[in-house]
Design a protein around this ligand. Structure first.
Ligand code: GRF
Length: 190
């Protein structure tokens, strides 16, 4: 059994889809939800689904050992960032090398990097009059939104779009593809 920890800071709609997808999976299980925000909706989802959660503090995450001790104790094999807003520190990258992936709500390498999250991403796409946007699932490295790309899916940007309507369309793509891409990536990883 491979165990996933999902890191999330917000509402957790992707996390909910991931939990649902792996519920009766023979070889993969969502074993831990890691969150930095005590008010985040994702913690309620974890509680409802009876999945253990870990509320983390910045000091220990950034300057300490990045909770690697807790992750190892929980026998976590793979980490999925699903709307997690803190940068992944070197200690975590060292412990989980090619085993951390992230989803970004745009077509990287454009519209990524520090500060590019939430509606700001979609507003930038609209301001630049892009015809298409989409999602990128990628490995995590030491830079924001930078590691090797695993998967992208595209959707149109309509002339009438606001950041909110575009966000909805992109979110639908995330929900549709993210769990399946996690499964395929995990099956390939040793
Ligand atoms: C998603 O759009 C994801 O791409 C981004 O944060 C958002 C999380 O949404 N990194 P949710 O909390 O899963 O609803």
């Amino acid at each position: 059994m491979k165990k996933i920890a999902v890191f999330a800071s917000g509402a957790g709609s992707n996390t909910a889809k991931i939990i649902e997808w792996f519920k009766n999976h023979p070889a993969i299980r969502v074993a831990l939800i890691v969150c930095n925000n005590p008010g985040a909706g994702v913690l309620k989802i974890a509680e409802k689904e009876q999945i253990p959660s870990l509320l983390i503090e910045k000091e220990k995450f950034i300057a300490g050992n990045a909770y690697v001790d807790v992750l190892k104790e929980s026998e976590i094999d793979f980490i999925v960032l699903a709307g997690f807003l803190w940068k992944v520190p070197p200690a975590l990258l060292k412990a989980y090398g090619h085993k951390i992936i992230n989803i970004h709500p745009a077509l990287l390498p454009k519209y990524g990097g520090k500060g590019m999250y939430g509606l700001r991403v979609h507003q930038a796409v609209i301001d630049n009059k892009e015809k298409e946007s989409g999602i990128t699932i990628h490995y995590v490295d030491e830079k924001y939104d930078h590691g090797k790309i695993i998967f992208q899916a595209v959707c149109p940007v309509l002339p009438t779009d606001t950041a909110e309507t575009l966000a909805l369309r992109v979110h639908q793509l995330e929900h549709r593809y993210f769990p399946e891409v996690i499964e395929k990536t995990l099956e390939k990883s040793t």
